[in-house]
Write a new protein. Structure first.
Length: 170
């Protein structure tokens, strides 16, 4: 089934207003949360840096934050760069309205991930649980940050909530 005309990219700035005028429901925002290598081990790996909450705890908390709102959240975690890049392309094809990404170590090393973010054209916020600027020197450079609207670092899991609120206001 084809997408309604008001959800096409050229109508997105006016879609809420158009829906209001013609009595259609507002289009649902679709936000993806992508986590990179080793983040499947949250709560177990270096809890003094990353805390004791798990990825499942984070997902539950973010879903609770948007409960009752016209928001669809999609979560994805992979330890494999190619899988993350494929998922970003899929999000673009499915016209997601926002992306929260914690590329983990790929943030500092992956030109391919940066290119995928730029090519997708999805408003993205880069999130880091720890303050990357208080860590080792090699972690203080992000190759992916220039492809994102914003970077949130050092707020723990609250950074994901801040990113979500930011994207929902856009």
């Amino acid at each position: 089934m084809a997408e309604p005309f008001w959800t096409e990219n050229r109508f997105l700035p006016f879609s809420g207003f158009l829906c209001y005028l013609v009595g259609f429901p507002f289009p649902m925002k679709k936000i993806a949360i992508i986590n990179g290598p080793n983040l499947d081990r949250l709560g177990q790996r270096e809890p003094e840096i990353y805390g004791r909450s798990t990825l499942a705890d984070l997902e539950q908390a973010l879903r609770a934050e948007v409960a009752g709102k016209e928001v669809e959240l999609e979560f994805f975690q992979s330890n494999h760069e190619g899988a993350i890049i494929d998922r970003i392309a899929s999000l673009a094809e499915r016209k997601f309205s926002g992306l929260i990404i914690n590329g983990a170590a790929l943030t500092h090393t992956s030109v391919a991930l940066r290119d995928a973010l730029l090519g997708a054209g999805i408003p993205a916020v880069e999130v880091h649980i720890s303050n990357i600027y208080r860590r080792e020197e090699f972690r203080q450079r992000s190759l992916t940050a220039p492809a994102c609207l914003a970077v949130i670092t050092g707020l723990g899991l609250e950074g994901y909530h801040a990113a979500l609120r930011f994207l929902l206001k856009r």
